[in-house]
Design a protein around this ligand. Structure first.
Ligand code: SF4
Length: 313
C-alpha cells in the first residue's frame, strides 16, 4: 500500500471500524420519461418495461430479507404517474416494519413530498448529480425533466431540509474527467455537511457500464484510477460513508475494501422483479460481481472486516 492508501485505511478504521454495511437494491420500475444517453432505462431504449405492484415489491423484498438484508434501496426510473409519491409511500409503509432501513433512489421531489416519504418510513435518499460539468450534463441529458441541472442539484437540499437522516450523492465515473469532477463532489459534500449537520452523508461513484443504450464512456476510468479515487475521497471526506455496488468486479471490490469503502451491495439485480423473475424486464446496466450475498460476506470476513446486515450508522 502507498502512503495515500495507508492514510485512507487508517481514517476509515478510526471512524467506521472494520465493518462493511450490507445492502441490496430493489428495482421498482424501469419506466422513465427521461432520455439519458448512458442509461438502460432511457425512454428511447426498446426494452421490456415494468412497474411492480406493492404486493410484487413485498415479494421481492421477502427474497432479500431471507438472504439476510435489512437495508434496502428502492430504485426506479423517473415516471411521475407510475412511481408517484403516493405509490412510494404505500410501499414504504408496508415494507418498513419488516426491515431496519429503507432508502430511495428515484426521481427528485419537492421538500413537502420528502416529508411525506419520511413519515411513511423512508430514512435515506440518493440523488447523483451524474456530472458536475454543466456542458457535459447538457449533452447526455437530452429529454425529460432531468435536463434541468440546477433543479437536480437543489433537490438534494430539499431532502435535507425535510429532515432526511441519510443522504447519498455522487457522480458517474466516465462521463467527464474524474480529476475535475472529484473536487466538485468534495466541495458539494462539504457544503451539505456543514449546513445539514443532522443528516449523515455518503458518496458513491458508479462507473459507467454497458447497457441497452450502447453508450461508451468518453472518459473511461481504469481499476487503478478507481483505487486512487476511493482513497482520495476518504482522505478528503473522513466522515462520509463510501458506497460500492456490484458494477465492479469481485477482485476490485475486494481490493477497494481497504481503501475506504463502508457500504457494499451484493447479489444485486438491476431489473424490476429480478430477484424472483430474472431477465423478464429490461436491466439498467450489466453487473460484474455475480457472487451471492453469502459469498460476498465470506470475502469481506476473509479480508478481516465484519459484514453488518442490520445496523445502519
Ligand atoms: S438515469 Fe434515471 S432518469 Fe435517466 S433514463 Fe435512467 S432511470 Fe431515467
Amino acid at each position: 500500500m502507498n502512503t495515500l492508501s495507508e492514510k485512507a485505511h487508517r481514517l476509515t478504521v478510526q471512524r467506521f471500524g472494520k465493518t462493511i454495511q450490507m445492502y441490496a437494491p430493489l428495482y421498482l420500475s424501469n419506466e422513465c420519461i427521461d432520455t439519458c444517453l448512458y442509461c438502460g432505462f432511457s425512454m428511447h431504449n426498446k426494452i421490456e418495461r415494468q412497474t411492480l405492484t406493492t404486493e410484487q415489491v413485498l415479494e421481492e423484498a421477502s427474497v432479500l430479507i431471507e438472504k439476510g438484508f435489512q437495508h434496502l434501496l428502492l430504485v426506479a426510473g423517473e415516471h411521475p404517474k407510475k412511481v408517484s409519491v403516493e405509490y412510494l409511500c404505500d410501499v414504504a409503509k408496508k415494507l418498513r416494519p419488516k426491515i431496519a432501513s429503507l432508502h430511495i433512489e428515484v426521481a427528485p421531489f419537492e421538500e413537502e413530498s420528502y416529508r411525506k416519504l419520511i413519515s411513511a418510513g423512508v430514512d435515506g435518499v440518493v440523488i447523483y448529480q451524474e456530472t458536475y460539468n454543466r456542458d457535459v450534463y447538457k449533452t447526455v441529458h437530452i429529454g425529460g425533466p432531468k435536463k434541468d441541472f440546477d433543479q437536480r442539484l437543489a433537490s438534494t437540499e430539499a431532502a435535507c431540509r425535510a429532515g432526511i437522516r441519510f443522504m447519498g450523492i455522487g457522480f458517474l465515473l466516465g462521463l467527464s474527467d474524474w480529476r475535475q469532477e472529484l473536487p466538485k463532489l468534495i466541495e458539494h459534500a462539504g457544503y451539505l455537511m456543514k449546513r445539514y449537520w443532522q443528516t449523515q452523508f455518503s458518496v458513491s461513484l458508479p462507473r459507467l457500464k454497458n447497457c441497452a443504450s450502447g453508450f461508451q464512456a468518453p472518459h473511461a476510468v481504469s481499476d487503478e484510477d478507481m483505487e486512487q479515487i476511493i482513497a482520495l475521497l476518504r482522505v478528503a471526506l473522513p466522515e462520509a460513508g463510501i458506497i460500492l455496488s456490484t458494477r465492479e468486479t469481485p477482485a476490485l471490490r475486494d481490493r477497494l475494501l481497504s481503501r475506504g469503502i463502508t457500504h457494499m451491495s451484493a447479489g444485486s439485480k438491476t431489473e424490476p422483479g429480478g430477484y424472483l423473475h430474472p431477465n423478464e424486464a429490461g436491466k439498467q446496466f450489466e453487473l460484474s460481481d455475480e457472487r451471492t450475498p453469502a459469498q460476498v460476506a465470506e470475502a469481506i470476513t476473509k479480508a478481516g472486516y465484519e459484514p453488518v446486515w442490520k445496523d445502519w450508522v
